[in-house]
Design a protein around this ligand. Structure first.
Ligand code: GLC
Length: 629
């Protein structure tokens, strides 16, 4: 690695000196840029880290051709761009869409892939490294073997800012172990309608809760060498059912609320993220007041960059500009750039995007000042985050391996703190460690169901009879660990269940991501509910033992009837790869501390129902509710 970086710096110095000579001979019409005013970046007597950020950026900017500038504004998906094209088009960023992994999805495959891209970037005239983006939204979740944290909804229940910093730090370390230095996280959606498939990506229904957790997470990432990205700007969690885009009922829809509510609920979180120094913001697919966010000049240019003073750069979402209505691709690009988008997440059509940008500048549809503003922001982020010195991230920060014990411990702490106790009749919990426990239900022994979407693949998946979907431990593993150490018995065979003292029933949702998870019913036996829930609920009811139910879900589901048959009920959300930590709390080694980050509706007809907008109704359980032992 070291040798690679030195050669890049040397190459950069060489390239610049060549350019210095050439530029003295160049004629006006040649696109050879002016020589760097400031000393050569990275030259031996002037290490780049010593060069003042602003000076460096301005000197590079002045020396860039329009092609080199436009290249920085284009982001391609790894499956659709060769490393050589990164060089030829001066590409600014490459990324992984959900589940897009190289080779055998091992750390060394990721390092090799990033080295290949960075080597080519280093061979461009200016040698500006790419930044590699990924959705590491609950740990470095694409890579098999990484620690997978609870999804944001569970972290909202845990409501522990210090823990959030640690999660950001561990995520950064595991990302850097694979050479990846840009995280499309945190999602700071304030989800207001739990029928939305992305509810679990939200910390909760309250903007202050969201900011309290997003800020330390952003710092945890960025202070440990990874660029954070607050998404999706703005109002993604406030869309109205029935207004969805891309064929979804609510995802990517219209945030149909007053401007005052929009500012209070959905803009305030960006003010906090900008104050926290977030380096990038991703634009939402949704729209407000009938204007797609991807061409909302007022909200991006005037509010985010103007009033809020955001100095980082704005990236579009996956082909987000393609949703701009009544415009062809060229006009969409023009509209989006002029609205303030600085970089284009164009997984497949990055070449077309590049040429449209070039044409638009030549035709004057996009001003050179706007291009310079975009590129200045991108270069500033790269310079500030040390990407120039360490294109593959700071190796001294990178985890020595994925899934290290100390990282797992932080995930176990997060699991314990995320659990919310909503019912505990006759103190059936905590369980006695020598008790005979019948454990049943689809979520009892399935790491894939514990993790949910955005895990190894975009939509996530379940364990197979042979393999766990991800490395880690299941809820059942934890029960076995504690029972075996204390003379307890764990029964999983329904035929032997009558010998048990209690039933632990673990219900679940199927894994899903984004609009695929939009669910208009939210019952236990329909929509995105796991199709084995019904059988498990009926089996437990027939058995007639005291029953403790846990629900693995990315949002509240309607349990108003069924909960009457249960002695205890625990919302476990999507706890991730360290499911065995659940048992630590159910056996009483740790107390419950989790509180509801969402109002828990009695019926789907109540939705949207939020603590600050209850519409005269009472939910089944209030926002902020949670019992303790
Ligand atoms: C997706 C999501 C966004 C994600 C991006 C890249 O469509 O909306 O959250 O960061 O594409 O995977």
């Amino acid at each position: 690695m070291k040798k690679f970086v030195n050669s890049r710096v040397k190459f950069l110095a060489l390239a610049m000196s060549v350019m210095l000579i050439v530029s003295c001979q160049s004629s006006e019409d040649r696109k050879i840029p002016q020589p760097l005013q400031s000393p050569l970046p990275g030259s031996s007597n002037n290490p780049i880290s010593e060069v003042n950020n602003e000076e460096w950026v301005e000197s590079i900017l002045k020396s860039m051709s329009i092609e080199e500038k436009i290249g920085q504004m284009v982001q391609a998906e790894r499956r659709y761009i060769f490393p050589s094209q990164v060089k030829n088009y001066f590409i600014g960023s490459v990324f992984s869409g959900g589940g897009s992994s190289p080779g055998k999805n091992k750390a060394e495959d990721w390092i090799k892939m990033n080295e290949d891209y960075q080597k080519e970037a280093a061979e461009t005239r200016l040698g500006i490294p790419i930044i590699y983006g990924i959705d590491a939204v609950h740990g470095h979740n694409t890579v098999y073997g990484a620690v997978v944290f609870p999804h944001n909804i569970g972290l909202g229940a845990a409501n522990d800012p210090e823990l959030m910093y640690k999660i950001g730090e561990v995520t950064a370390k595991e990302m850097l172990a694979t050479g990846v230095n840009w995280n499309f996280a945190p999602c700071i959606a304030v989800a207001r309608d739990e029928r939305w498939g992305r509810s679990y990506e939200s910390y909760g229904e309250d903007p202050e809760l969201v900011s309290r957790l997003a800020v330390p997470y952003i710092k945890g990432l960025q202070e440990n060498g990874v660029i954070a990205c607050a998404k999706h700007y703005a109002g993604d969690g406030g869309t109205m059912w029935g207004t969805g885009d891309s064929g979804y009922p609510i995802d990517q829809g219209e945030t149909k609320i007053s401007r005052e509510e929009f500012e209070k609920i959905h803009l305030s979180v960006y003010e906090e993220a900008v104050k926290a120094g977030v380096k990038t913001v991703m634009v939402s697919f949704s729209s407000f007041e009938g204007v797609k966010m991807h061409e909302n000049k007022y909200l991006i240019q005037d509010v985010l960059k103007g009033e809020m003073g955001f100095k980082g750069f704005v990236v579009s979402d996956w082909e987000g500009v393609h949703q701009i209505k009544n415009k062809d691709f060229y006009q969409q690009i023009v509209s989006a750039v002029n609205a303030g988008i600085d970089m284009f997440m164009e997984p497949m059509k990055w070449k077309e995007c590049y040429s449209h940008l070039k044409t638009a500048v030549e035709k004057g549809d996009i001003s050179r000042e706007r291009i310079d503003d975009a590129v200045r922001r991108i270069l500033t982020v790269k310079k500030e985050m040390g990407v120039l010195e360490n294109p593959l991230g700071d190796r001294s920060i990178a985890a020595k391996e994925l899934g290290m014990e100390e990282n797992i411990e932080i995930a176990r702490e997060a699991v314990r703190k995320s659990l919310v106790l909503l019912k505990n009749d006759n103190n059936v919990l905590p369980l006695k460690k020598d008790a005979k426990i019948f454990i049943t239900g689809p979520g009892a022994d399935d790491i894939g169901l514990q993790c949910g979407g955005w895990t190894r693949s975009w939509q996530g998946d379940v364990d197979s009879w042979r393999d766990r979907w991800m490395k880690g431990t299941s809820i059942l593993d934890g029960f076995k660990r504690i029972a075996q150490a204390n003379g307890g018995t764990i029964i999983t065979d329904p035929k032997k269940a009558k010998n048990a003292d209690v039933t632990v029933l673990v219900l679940a949702e199927k894994p899903y991501a984004e609009g695929v998870g939009d669910d208009g019913t939210l019952g236990l036996y329909d929509g995105m509910a796991h199709n084995e829930n019904k059988k498990a609920v009926e089996e437990a009811k027939k058995l007639g033992l005291p029953t403790i139910t846990l629900l693995l879900s990315g949002r509240p589901r309607i349990i108003t009837e069924e909960i009457n048959d249960w002695d205890a009920f625990v919302a476990a959300w999507l706890p991730g790869s360290e499911g065995d930590a659940v048992a630590d709390v159910l056996y009483g080694d740790y107390n419950f501390t989790g509180k509801l980050p969402f109002s828990w509706p009695k019926s789907v007809e109540q939705i949207p129902i939020n603590h600050d907008d209850p519409k005269g109704e009472k939910p089944l359980f209030e926002f902020g509710f949670g019992l303790k032992y």
